[in-house]
Unconditional design. Structure first.
Lengths: 209, 209
DNA sequence: TGGTACCTCCCCTGAACAGGGGATTTTTAA
DNA sequence: TTAAAAATCCCCTGTTCAGGGGAGGTACCA
């Protein structure tokens, strides 16, 4: 008999746990090792037991999924982690992958896709659902289309967005007004914008602050 | 024998459908009439069949939950609708309730709470989970703490946020520069702010545009 | 060791904004 | 129908911003 894939689930939504259990238990090659609704009880489980694949929500009540992912990977490098979340945001996904996750699916995943994903990551492959990889490409494009700001420029931009005037910013950063005006000039030039209002909007929309 | 509560589920996430089915089927007083993954097939179901309570996600692929809610309520005024979503945003919830929903729970709802909610709305009561009613109160407070803007002020604010200068706005609205400056003055006064940057930030944060 | 990017600062000019005052007409609501 | 609110416009003053130029010092990299 073939060895079963032991799957552990970490998610704080009872509904999602139930749904995943129901989906996974129908698959003969998969065995659900257990589940946890927060990071603490997940870590507790792994003191005495183990699993092949962990299905992990990014949004946990007590710890971020990325942190938990990192911790588990350090202790069990061979264990595979499959991120699960509603958020189709490239930045989160990338962060998760950087912390050692083997794949990422959205919560609107179908049963067959979920089973496929579990099996693939168990085999050591990487699995990103179509929408997820698209989102990552989009994110990359968006990042690349944005100008590169220097550290100082980011600081100044942040303070501008907070509503400080140039003189106030100058005072706060212990430099002269002229310096701030220079930075503001290069910010406007880099974004190809013509006034503060547009600058604030672009900064907020792209979460640069 | 007591009559069963017929429940119909509308959600585009297979995982959530599975989870809800599993939770509801364990309860002897509830009968799951069926489920749909989009508004169209939901409406299709209700051509030939009926239900007592509809569990409805707000985010559907083909139609907004609020619209579907309105439609169902028009055709079946006695049918109870229980909104379900991840979004704990007062504005959505309020909109849903205005369209005739009897209650609203979040997707992190526990099994017992879900069952309780279904039974309560079936009895004609209103059910809002604690977090939801808190969010609604917060929303109300937030709205009330914001100054009331006139129609014209909102127009001007919108254009400011878009990055237009006063002269450009004046041209666009066919009024003189002085008028726009007046509006801008009252905007800054109402928000108790001192410059454009802060104005844009507050406007965006409060989704006033 | 020279180039390049960054940070700093200054000059200048003109445009835009901030804030005070007041005034008129139109709309709205009591 | 009348008072309040909104929208329009103007005056004034001073500040801030936008955009052009240049320039010195540092830090890093090839």
């Amino acid at each position: 008999m073939k060895k079963l894939i032991r799957v552990f689930i970490v998610d704080d939504h009872p509904m999602v746990i139930e749904g995943m259990l129901s989906m996974l238990q129908q698959q003969p090659s998969i065995e659900v090792a257990g589940y946890a609704m927060n990071a603490a009880s997940c870590l507790g489980f792994f003191i005495r037991s183990t699993a092949d694949v962990v299905l992990m929500d990014i949004n946990l009540p007590d710890k971020s999924g990325t942190d938990l992912c990192k911790e588990l990977k350090q202790r069990f490098p061979q264990m595979k982690i499959l991120g699960i979340s509603n958020l189709n945001q490239g930045s989160y996904i990338r962060e998760m992958m950087n912390q050692g996750a083997s794949g990422y699916v959205l919560k609107n995943v179908s049963k067959s896709e979920l089973l496929d994903a579990v099996q693939r990551v168990h085999k050591g492959q990487q699995y990103l659902s179509l929408e997820v990889s698209q989102a990552m490409r989009l994110e990359t494009q968006r990042q690349e289309s944005l100008p590169l700001l220097t550290k100082r420029e980011k600081e100044v931009l942040k303070l501008i967005v907070e509503g400080l005037t140039n003189p106030a910013i100058a005072e706060k950063l212990f430099v002269s007004l002229s310096t701030i005006e220079s930075h503001r000039k290069s910010l406007l030039a880099k974004f190809q914008l013509k006034n503060t209002a547009a600058l604030v909007r672009v900064a907020l929309e792209n979460k640069l602050v």
